[in-house]
Structure formats: structure tokens, C-alpha cells
Design a protein around this ligand. Sequence first.
Ligand code: GUN
Ligand code: ZN
Length: 411
Amino acid sequence: MTNAQRLVQLGATKASGQVCGSVLLPTPDGRVDFVPHAQISWSDARIVHVQPIDRVPDPASALWLPAFVDLHAHWPQTAVRGQFSGQLLPWLRQSIWPAEAKFADEQVARAGVAAFLHTAQRAGTCSGLVFGPPFAGASQIFAQIAPHGWIEGPAIMEVNGPVALLQSAPMMLTELQTQNRDTVAISPRFAPSLSAEGLAACGLAAAATHWPVQSHLAENIDELRWVAELFAEAEDYTDVYDRAGLLGPRTILAHAIHLSDRELQRLAATGTWVAHCPTSNEALGSGRMPLERLRQFGLRWVLATDVGAGPQLSQFDVMRAFLRLHPPELTTAVDALCRTTAIAGAFLAQFDQGLQGLGTLAAGAPAHLIAVPRPTGNDAEAILRSLFSSLPDNAEQVPLAVVAWGQPLDC
Ligand code: GUN
Ligand code: ZN
């Protein structure tokens, strides 16, 4: 019997069951409620209720929370996560693009998707939005293997990279449209990888579908200089995407570190989301994301791993770094948890009715939950801080149990 199965009492059907323990309940409006003794039950892979109970039967030491949602990671970078040093552009050219070239082979792609999903789920992440390598075939393999809740798109690269990775954006988009997938993430890798025409083709594809858009924005100073040279007609980096029709509430841009007031205003006005990736920013020496400015301009944002620049596919690792890297008056552990669960889930649910409530344990939400050893503390902030301070170096090993769509996983 696995650890997860020991903690979960399975019901008559496979996707029904219940657990008892302490529970943290994050909400999309930024609260986390704490229930010291509760029973969580689910049926047909969806939460039925979280009910306070008098006493917690054995095992009383587990703390349950919704599984994580990761809105920015690169699945083909799983095997090389945290392995290289150097800043963004040399890291991409010397390490990442050669690593991604291997996924042109379908057997390699199949194994890479399986390794990513296993590592993410083991670390407590059961859904998310991810970049693939720049191949439509590998992207289709991801869509065939990944469970409901994962949305993926191949990184589109037309120019300024190794020839084996380049394909025109219209050709890639046409190929993706013929795959008959419900949802594909339109994924221009970053401005330097595309022509203005290619970016505009991505914008048109976004307008013609209900699909999400993901890219990178203002991660690194050398990248900023390069974008200014390549797109001299644009006002700034954000304007490159704006001109292409790529901003809006279905778009999420990773990093957003080096931005002017004008750019922050424009991102806020268009409802564009930011994926803040503190572990990646630290690993690549990209700089501290000015959280106070995101707040000042009222941007919508989440926390994400950005594996493989982020060294671990663990949102515990990301939350711990978030609290360490920003001034203490800017952060709370409660905010961190909401942005790795309920708020990230609300972004993803835009694309799939079946994901309503994702990242919460509300009735009807997908039954995605994890257990960790019960830390000390009697409110959500104290419990989370105690949990983060006791995490092992490898935070991917933290969950005692992971339940996805109501099924305990073999951890
Ligand atoms: N910018 C363009 N591609 C990438 C990538 O793969 N990782 C990160 N961190 N930034 C990028
Ligand atoms: Zn990234």
C-alpha cells in the first residue's frame, strides 16, 4: 500500500474517497481559512464537502490542502532543471536550446512528458500551463499523455536560434489547428524568437480561438537591449506584444522584472497576467521582481516554478523563495499559497468549464489535494511559515500524499 493509499479511505468507486485531518482552504480572493479538524470527501473525482468534525481520527498528523497549479514551466527542461549557470541568453543558447532539440524524436518526447508529469505530481502539482519544445509532434504527445488539467503549447521560434528549432509561426499554428485539440497554449517563446509578422499571426490565432497565450517578458537586461534593437519601431518590450494583439486576460507573461510605469499600466489596463518566478530569477541572476510596483499598478499575478531555470518543480520551493527574496512587509505566506493554488486555478478555469474551482477545495472543484506533515500553529499564516521553515532542501519530496482527480498517486 502506498503512503497516499494509507492516508486516503477509498470509497466504492475508484474516484471517490475521504480523508480526515487539518485543512487549509485557499480562495481566489486571497484568503486562506484553517479548519483544525475536518473530513474532506469527494465523489466522481470532485470535491463533495469539507466538513468540520469534533476529533480527528488517526492519522491526525496530516495537513491537507489543494494540490498546486503551476502556470509557468517548460516540460522539456525537467531533466536539466537547475543544472547550468550563467544569465538568460547564454544559458538558452548553450544549454537549453540544445537540450530541447532532442525532443524532435518522438520516443524522447514521450519519455520527457512522462518524467515531467511524474515529477510535478510527486511534488504536489496536478495541473498547469506549460511550454513544450518547438515541435508540433512533441506537443501532440503531451496532449495525448497528460491528464485533464494540463494545457500545453510548443515554444514558437522562427528566428535567432538553432536552425533545427525554427519554424514559421503561421506554419506551426496551422499544424496545431489540425491536431483537433480542445485547447492549445499559443506560445511565442519570447519577442527575440519571432518576427513582428509571426507575433501578429499568434495574436490573430488568439483572437480566433478561446486559447491562452503564454510568453516571457522583460526577464533580463541583455534581453531588453536585444528586443530594443530587433523591434526599433516599438515603444518598449510590452509594446512589441501589444502591437501584435497579444495582451489581455487570457495572456500570461513570465518574469516582468524590468518594466517602466507605462508598461505596468498597459499590462494592468489590458488585464494581462504575470507569472512571478522567484527561484528562476535568482538562479539566472535576472534581478528581483519589483513586487511593490506590480501591487501599485494592480496587476494580476501568480507564482510559478519556470523549470528548468527554476531548479525544482515544487511550488513549496517557490513560496519559500518568495518569502526570502522580498522585503518581509511585502509578503505573506497566505498570499503565496493563494497564488500557487486558487488564483492560478482561476486563470486556468477560463479555458475549461471542468476546471471550475481548481486550486480550492470548494464543492464541485476537481479533487486534487495533497497532505503534508501537520506543522505547528493555529492559524494559516503561522502554519504555513512553520511548514516553509522546516522544508527539506529538496522540496519536491515534501507531500506525504497526492490525490489527483480523486485517485491517490503512487508517490
Ligand atoms: N526566455 C525565452 N525562453 C526561455 C526559457 O526557456 N526559460 C526562461 N527562463 N526564459 C526564457
Ligand atoms: Zn520560462
